[in-house]
Design a protein around this ligand. Structure first.
Ligand SMILES: Cc1cc2nc3c(=O)[nH]c(=O)nc-3n(C[C@H](O)[C@H](O)[C@H](O)COP(=O)(O)OP(=O)(O)OC[C@H]3O[C@@H](n4cnc5c(N)ncnc54)[C@H](O)[C@@H]3O)c2cc1C
Length: 397
């Protein structure tokens, strides 16, 4: 099933397809597969730079700031076509998170300094929200910033910081007023990762990858000009950002592509003398997730179409539904891939003999993907927390 498009939208779809055909040979091997092993910084950026050159790197940004200026449908077409072709996605931390915060709440100097470098990929950003003891209850964060003339002095720790090992900048929630009510004493600071006093330590994940880190701040000097908006108003900006994160986290296109792959593999892998795809229980599970995905896709389009209707800086609370459903579908589809290969999932190694993953059999990539995707119901605000949000903000209970 597909939506129907106008002739202009069909022409746009063809333009996207042509672009993908031109870009594909330039991408490093293995980049587009969902169960790929770890990428280098440069590999992550190849797709970003190609999109930037074409003016397509920021579909949701306003055109006057360098965004693509696409309609909801064009954004949908782009996301669907790129996912279908197995293209990678751009990282969210600059384009999807701090960029919109800066252009919505930042001052002119910040917009001028940071936005072009986010678009070009020159600055890699990471997200410094969570701390040990401040995850779901984020407002309990303790990382401190004390004003000292034209600087803040930052002390404390962030954790689970995705890809901080590559980052040039980190956007941080810091406590600037310890005496105020939890949510009122928080500010939003932009911190140069090259600053003296920052230490990044890896956390190795269950799939053997280095995706997350601890980041320590030890008397780090941050110029006051790097404060976004008003001091002690950071919680408002943080919530705005989290709403965007939840919309982007649905990953409809990637799940569609994974389902296509499941169907293809299940048709060729045999179990008990017949293709896995012929197994009634397997088919039932696959059909159920396909229906859920279609419903999610339509909900996502509704949320995107309603953007801005909840007031400036106020995300649609329905984005919590996208987060829950999107992550459940990602987890179910990675489970289905495990069902397809059965016992062959067991012996896996994220690295080939030469330390790369180039030599891996396709089955060896399935289990790391399955383990890695256990994260999706935790990050971006756990699914239990999203249910609490829906209860209050959507159902009004
Ligand atoms: C792979 C990965 C990448 C991440 N990347 C980043 C990043 O780049 N930057 C960043 O800042 N953070 C990042 N995070 C952190 C993530 O946002 C937190 O892990 C998440 O908010 C949960 O917090 P926590 O781990 O402290 O768990 P806790 O808050 O301790 O929760 C533990 C469990 O209790 C449940 N729970 C807690 N409170 C409630 C409640 N009130 N009602 C019902 N259930 C509740 C939770 O749902 C969870 O199941 C990442 C996490 C992961 C796993």
């Amino acid at each position: 099933m597909d939506l129907s498009f106008s002739p202009q939208e069909e022409a746009f779809r063809q333009e996207v397809r042509d672009f993908i055909a031109e870009a594909s040979p330039l991408l490093p091997k293995n980049l587009g597969t969902p169960e790929q092993a770890r990428r280098s910084k440069d590999e992550y950026l190849v797709w970003h730079r190609l999109l930037y050159k074409r003016g397509w790197v920021a579909p949701a940004w306003p055109k006057e700031l360098g965004g693509a200026g696409w309609s909801v449908t064009e954004r949908y077409i782009f996301a669907t076509e790129t996912a279908k072709a197995g293209m990678p996605t751009t990282l969210p931390f600059g384009l999807g998170m701090v960029g919109p915060v800066i252009y919505t709440f930042g001052n002119e100097a910040q917009k001028k300094k940071f936005l072009p470098r986010i678009l070009s990929g020159e600055d890699w950003w990471c997200q410094g929200y969570s701390e040990p003891g401040a995850g779901s209850d984020l407002a309990s964060l303790r990382c401190r910033a004390v004003r000292d003339g034209d600087h803040y002095i930052v002390d404390g720790q962030k954790t689970w910081t995705t890809l901080a090992q590559y980052a040039d900048w980190i956007f941080c929630l810091v406590r600037t007023d310890p005496a105020a009510k939890k949510q009122s004493g928080i500010s939003f600071l932009l911190i140069d990762m090259k600053s003296k006093g920052i230490t990044v330590r890896p956390i190795v994940t269950i799939d053997g990858g280095r995706e997350v880190n601890e980041v320590f701040f030890d008397d780090v000097e941050v110029p006051v000009e790097n404060l976004v908006g008003e001091e002690n108003k950071g919680w408002d900006y943080a919530k705005f950002l989290l709403g965007n994160e939840r919309t982007n986290i649905a990953r409809v296109g990637a799940s569609k592509e994974r389902i296509r792959r499941i169907r293809e593999l299940a048709a060729s892998v045999q179990s008990g003398g017949k293709p896995v795809l012929d197994d009634p229980k397997f088919r039932e599970k696959l059909a159920a997730v396909e229906i859920e995905l279609k419903a999610l896709e339509l909900t996502q389009m509704r949320v995107v179409a309603n953007e801005g209707k909840h007031g400036k800086g106020k995300p649609d609370p329905a984005s919590s539904i996208l987060k829950i459903k999107g992550s459940e579908i990602q987890q179910t589809t990675t489970e289905l891939l495990m069902d397809v290969i059965g016992p062959f999932a067991a012996p896996y190694d994220v690295h080939g003999d030469d330390g790369s993953n180039e030599t891996m059999d396709w089955t060896a990539q399935i289990a790391p993907g399955y383990f890695n995707y256990r994260k999706v119901s935790i990050y971006g605000g756990s699914n239990e927390i999203q249910r609490n949000i829906i209860t209050k903000a959507v159902l009004g209970l």
